[in-house]
Design a binder for this molecule. Structure first.
Ligand SMILES: *Cc1c(COP(=O)(O)O)cnc(C)c1O
Length: 423
């Protein structure tokens, strides 16, 4: 049997209707922004393998750090024990996080980092004897696939089988251009009519919704409304973290600071699954008590995995290099040039750029569905041409590894322009 035959015999893939999906591509090797399949066909990974890989595939610097850690201490339980990689990573993150973030809690992926944040928001008020049980979230938000994360997510076909089984979530419109005041007004209304514990949001960019962007000033105003009303704020930086918006965190564009932050994806340079939720001292203090019932009873077997911590430390070192900071600027500039070139194309309705993220929307007769015909046609065209891009409906976005070369980036731009001719 070939690899692909064995795959279809044994495996169940994410977000996949196996009856109608194309057979998957077996990737055998990666280097920098490139991947190769079992037939040695080359692909440019223009979405950094679901937004996780800034420093390139099979990065030697991170691999060496992982190997060294694996052969020193691969893992130890984190209940009752601690270790240097977790401590050093926490200390290092404190120097780059918004300065109100004082405590770090480890988990395994973006969804669990959100689960932890939502549980802390709810238990914070429980511990204080206040009844606040509603979470506020944006329309079309994506926060992950575990239950509280799904409840906060607003992309309906991801969650429709589970409606009615969720914690209470009330939605507000995203403050995109022209909708700012509506968003503020509805937030005030929602807070007045519900016992709201927290507001969770993807700061400045809603990734899964198709790189929908909004301004820092409007997010500041939403945060101000929450702070004035004792509603905790949770910045889900799982996608935006570690340079993607041009700054280390999207929250670095804000005047105000969130109470919690969720980090994952690029945290380990795309090597080892790991996540972190960060907290203010005030949040930690609400759980600090003689009473054991006030503790946060949440944990995962692999909490603070030392190997993951070592990978994260190596990644932070790479992110801070002059070379990587220059890459962020270079890609951003090139995206702006590409935006100029494409924004007036007759098949393009709108374009957006933030940091290394570029998105354009293709004109369609009817509203394009998330996994609809247009999307599949575009996806297949990109794959045929050796570029990995996963359009969201009629939205094509580029979010490359920071190490992508100019030549590779040219190839990505070229297939996007060519795709506009086939739709
Ligand atoms: C990907 C993502 C998640 C979920 O992360 P997983 O690691 O896939 O569980 C949560 N929030 C945002 C903003 C994301 O982009």
């Amino acid at each position: 049997m070939t690899l692909i035959e064995k795959d279809s015999q044994y495996l169940w893939h994410p977000y996949t209707q196996h009856k109608t999906a194309a057979i998957p591509i077996a990737i055998t090797k990666g280097e920098g922004a490139l991947l190769w399949d079992e037939n040695n066909k080359e692909y440019v990974d223009a979405i950094a393998s679901w937004w996780i890989n800034p420093f390139g595939h099979s990065n030697k610097f991170i691999a060496d750090a992982i190997y060294k850690q694996l052969t020193t201490l691969e893992h130890v339980l984190f209940g009752g024990f601690t270790h240097e990689p977790a401590i050093i990573l926490a200390e290092r993150l404190m120097t780059i996080l918004p300065n109100n973030q004082k405590k770090i809690f480890f988990s395994d992926n973006g969804s669990t980092s959100v689960e932890v944040a939502i549980k802390v928001a709810l238990q914070y008020f429980y511990n204080k004897g206040e009844k606040k049980t509603t979470i506020i979230a944006f329309e079309n938000a994506f926060h992950g696939d575990t239950f509280a994360a799904m409840a906060a997510s607003g992309i309906s076909f991801y969650t429709q089988a589970f409606q009615g089984m969720f914690i209470d979530v009330v939605r507000i419109p995203v403050p995109v251009k022209g909708q700012e005041q509506l968003s503020f007004d509805i937030l005030r209304e929602v807070i007045k009519n519900n016992n709201c514990a927290g507001f969770i949001f993807e700061p400045l960019v809603q990734g899964a919704a198709g790189m929908v962007m909004y301004e820092p000033e409007t997010l500041d105003q939403l945060l101000q409304i929450c702070q004035d009303n004792d509603v905790l704020t949770i910045a889900d930086e799982v996608m935006t973290g570690f340079g993607k918006t041009g700054k280390t965190f999207a929250c670095d564009y804000l005047e105000l600071k969130p109470d919690m932050m969720c980090l994952s994806k690029a945290l380990t340079g795309g090597t080892i699954p790991m996540a972190i939720t960060t907290f203010t001292q005030d949040l930690f203090d609400a759980f600090y008590d003689e009473d054991i019932n006030k503790a946060l009873f949440h944990g995962h077997t692999f909490t603070a995995n030392p190997t993951g911590c070592a990978a994260a430390l190596a990644s932070l070192s790479l992110l801070e290099t002059e070379e990587m900071q220059q890459n962020l600027i270079r890609i951003h500039k090139r995206h702006l040039e590409f935006q100029k070139k494409t924004e007036s194309h007759p098949m393009v309705t709108t374009t957006r750029v933030l940091g290394v993220i570029f998105a354009l929307e293709i004109k369609t007769e009817t509203s394009a569905s998330y996994y609809g015909t247009l999307r599949n046609k575009l996806y297949d065209f990109f794959i045929e041409n050796g570029v990995i891009l996963r359009p969201v409906g009629n939205i094509v976005y580029i979010l490359p590894p920071y190490v992508i070369t100019d030549v590779q980036l040219d190839k990505v731009y070229e297939v996007v322009v060519n795709a506009l001719e086939i739709v």
